[in-house]
Design a protein around this ligand. Structure first.
Ligand code: DX5
Ligand code: ZN
Length: 222
């Protein structure tokens, strides 16, 4: 599985979204965090801003929905052309129905897990998803430290996917940097969200390349 670098624009210069997306055009996708002030104690943006990112055509958009009631709100993100839509397991009433709806609308679908949520209850549902997002910080804010304690969950998720013969993407989000990406890759992650590491770097595009090189050297060959 080829590693993907997914910069999160959360802590970029939000007055210049087009410019920020252009500055990471070496990336594979743009990770766009939707927060509703209920599922997490922070508020970002909703559908119109995500659609504006999609419409720039600069990068495929990976929508990370940290919102309550994704059953109601998530399909629209597929409809406006997001390449992938991730909702949180903790918030979804009917995750399988919602995953099928998002796929039917033509997007890839991800299942997000907060640090305290285990993958075990979802192991039998993995074929319904293209991606599992293992949060490596408590969701809500950029710039937090990577939680080493999430490495076993990354390993369990990768093993479960391998055991089921699935080409599942395992995404990590939170505290990913040159210092932590190798351990996440070794544990089995292949999709790396990085916010502050990329946008606080002097050259965002070069930082993306540096992260990709480190990930490539440590990713499992699938
Ligand atoms: C946090 C968001 C992340 C955030 C990551 O809840 O889901 O995508 O932007 O930021 P860093 O890479 O700075 O931890
Ligand atoms: Zn995110």
């Amino acid at each position: 599985m080829h590693p993907l670098i997914s910069p999160s624009i959360l802590n970029s210069d939000l007055a210049d979204l087009r410019g920020q997306l252009a500055s990471i055009s070496t990336a594979d996708v743009a990770h766009v965090d939707v927060m509703d002030n209920h599922f997490v104690p922070n508020l970002t943006w909703g559908l119109p801003v995500v659609q504006a990112c999609v419409d720039t055509g600069i990068l495929p958009v990976d929508a990370h929905l940290m919102i309550e009631d994704p059953d109601r709100w998530a399909p629209a993100y597929a409809e406006v052309g997001c390449a992938s839509v991730t909702f949180h397991a903790e918030a979804a009433a009917a995750p399988v129905r919602l995953a099928r709806e998002i796929r039917h609308l033509g997007a890839r679908v991800g299942l997000g897990l907060r640090p305290a949520s285990d993958i075990t209850p979802y192991v039998d549902l993995l074929s319904e998803f293209d991606m599992v997002l293992v949060m490596t910080v408590e969701p809500g804010f950029g710039g937090q430290s990577f939680l080493e304690s999430m490495l076993p969950k990354i390993r369990r998720t990768r093993s479960a996917a391998d055991a089921a013969g699935l080409e599942l993407s395992v995404q990590v989000d939170g505290g990913i940097s040159r210092q932590t990406i190798e351990r996440a890759a070794e544990a089995g992650a292949d999709n790396f969200v990085a916010g502050s590491a990329v946008f606080r770097a002097e050259d965002a595009a070069a930082e993306v390349e540096a992260l990709r090189t480190l990930a490539l050297a440590h990713c499992h060959s699938h």
